[in-house]
Design a protein around this ligand. Structure first.
Ligand code: NAI
Ligand code: MG
Length: 515
């Protein structure tokens, strides 16, 4: 697609991205793929082609892992003093901010998210995590242990721990927050001293390619490599590579399971951030207007394509009808359409298969007997240029055993489930295979604390929903994943611990006792 065909003005760097065939970034250079295959970078709002992208294969992954291994083994990154590492990582954050316009526009064109949201949230959250992790680079410390050993009487030891990078890490990310998921993965791995091979989602390669244009030269060659390509080819090759020391993945539970199996075969650590079917629970003593807004953002932001979507709205029976009426009233004000328009609230679904999946679930819910009180079909109204728009949809009368209540839709589809009392809310809330997040709306602080303790989820929001920060650990219980991203936990996930023992006085103890 040519910039002049777009009905809005794009940043010059975005214009120069369009129409080009994008390469792989390996060993500090832009290189062609060995597969000689490309895939289209598509605009989900129009279905039109924006650019082409090299589709990396297993040979490209091998080369990228080799470049990362060489960079790691030669100490190109580990030997950079911690304060210098911190400065470089901080600078990545600043460069992201300086390129906000083009990154937000590309995120919108490629993923379909409203450009205003990408500019206000995705880009600054990405730059900020680099600055946060930059600070960690100088705070990776071990402990000194006042050791004593009963079977070596008289001996003295100086014992301490070191925290060291795991080595070369393979990172595989999804299409719903391309830039932010790259930032969540790259920033802590770099701060901890690792070298990286990142495989973006084949549906949304654009913003990461521009990110590498912008930041590539800051890092020694091979420290950060980006290989675009399909999950079943480049993704699988990365997960099965014998020379990576850790895998970090965000995506579906089924792909996560396959990747975990690959990690198990090599006995390497795997962190997984998988999906959710989170309960957003509204009690009758809640600030109802705030809860309505929280329910709306919980399900319609990012067109519902978020792992933390509050897709099960549990509403206490005593306020159910009044609450749902107001919910519908507010949901109807959603402006659906061109994500590049600054006033758009809800953009298209990002990919054709995802659109089909959402449409299929609308049929499933109706067949199960759920009552569709808003939307329920494709949106073809004003502003919908392509064929991937779904009406914001609300189903009432959902019971928690229906598929629409148990399975992740990943679209703007809300299931409203009534409950009697606190015990009932807790039972329904926890009656699910996932455990990524939960919301509780109540003015009773005792109840808020009880519910926060008893809900089986990695994040519980009280009287708010969908806020995340790079400072707070993020991850799932149950099928929602393993390990935590963000905060100190994310740094720890990219480090391993070494214990060092130095004998300062030896012992005459029986040598055959010691192990
Ligand atoms: P997916 O999990 O298959 O893809 C995510 C990433 O994994 C992509 O980069 C893909 O290329 C890669 N991948 C896929 N199969 C792989 C394999 N065998 N080995 C290595 N890498 C592999 O997710 P998909 O198909 O894009 O979406 C399907 C569903 O997953 C969505 O409808 C949604 O329910 C869920 N999902 C959850 C996300 C989350 O934030 N937790 C993000 C994206 C999707
Ligand atoms: Mg796209």
């Amino acid at each position: 697609m040519d910039a002049s065909i777009l009905n809005y003005t794009v940043n010059d760097n975005v214009a120069s991205f369009l129409n080009k065939t994008q390469k792989l970034y390996i060993g500090g250079k832009w290189v062609d793929t060995n597969s000689s295959k490309t895939f289209d970078v598509e605009d989900p709002a129009t279905g039109e082609k924006l650019a082409s992208c090299a589709a990396g294969n297993s040979k490209d992954i091998d080369l990228a892992v080799k470049a990362a291994r060489e960079a790691f083994d030669s100490g190109k990154w580990t030997s950079v003093p911690a304060n210098e590492k911190g400065k470089i990582i901080w600078k990545i954050g600043d460069l992201i901010d300086q390129h906000t316009e083009e990154l937000a526009q590309l995120e919108s064109l490629d993923n379909g998210k409203p450009v205003a949201v990408a500019g206000a949230a995705d880009v600054p959250l990405s730059s900020d995590i680099f600055r946060y992790m930059a600070g960690w680079a100088t705070k990776i410390e071990g402990e000194t242990i006042p050791i004593s050993v009963p079977y070596t009487p008289g001996a003295q030891y100086h014992s301490y721990t070191l925290r060291e990078p795991v080595g070369v890490v393979g990172q595989i990310i999804p299409w719903n927050f391309p830039l932010l998921m790259a930032a969540w993965k790259i920033a802590p791995a770099l701060a901890a001293g690792n070298c990286i091979v990142l495989k973006p989602a084949e549906q949304t390669p654009a913003s990461i390619l521009v990110l590498m244009e912008v930041i590539g030269d800051l890092l020694p060659p091979g420290v950060l490599n980006v290989v675009n390509g399909y999950g079943a080819e480049a993704g699988q090759a990365l997960a099965t590579s014998k020379r990576i020391a850790k895998i970090a993945f965000t995506g579906s539970d089924l792909s996560g399971q396959k990747i975990y199996e690959q990690g198990a075969k090599k006995l390497i650590p795997v962190t997984l951030e998988l999906g959710g079917k989170s309960p957003n629970i509204v009690f009758d003593d809640a600030d109802k207007e705030a809860a309505v807004m929280g329910a709306i953002s919980g399900i319609f932001a990012a067109t519902g394509q978020t792992c933390i979507a509050g897709s099960r709205l549990l509403v206490q029976k005593s306020i159910h009808d009044e609450f749902v009426a107001r919910l519908i009233e507010v949901a109807k004000t959603a402006k659906i359409g061109d994500p590049m328009s600054l006033d758009t609230h809800v953009g298209p679904v990002t990919t054709p298969p995802q659109f089909k999946k959402v449409m299929d679930y609308l049929d499933i819910a109706k067949a199960e007997g759920a009552n569709c009180v808003l939307g329920g079909g494709e949106y073809t109204g004003e502003g919908a240029k392509g064929s991937q728009f779904v009406e914001p949809t609300i189903f009432t009368g959902v019971s928690n055993d229906m598929r629409i209540a148990q399975e992740e839709v990943f679209g703007p589809v809300l299931s409203v489930i009534p409950f009697e009392d606190e015990a009932d809310a807790l039972r329904i809330g926890n009656d699910i295979n996932f455990g990524l997040a939960a919301g509780v709306w109540t003015s009773d602080m005792g109840r808020a604390i009880r519910m926060s303790e008893r809900l089986r989820a990695g994040t519980v929001w009280v009287n708010t929903y969908r806020v995340v920060s790079y400072m707070t650990p993020f991850g799932g219980y149950k099928r929602s994943g393993l390990g935590r991203e963000n905060g100190q936990q994310a740094i720890m996930a990219y480090l391993q611990q070494k214990s060092v023992w130095i004998a300062t006085e030896t012992s005459a103890a029986n040598p055959f006792v010691m192990k």
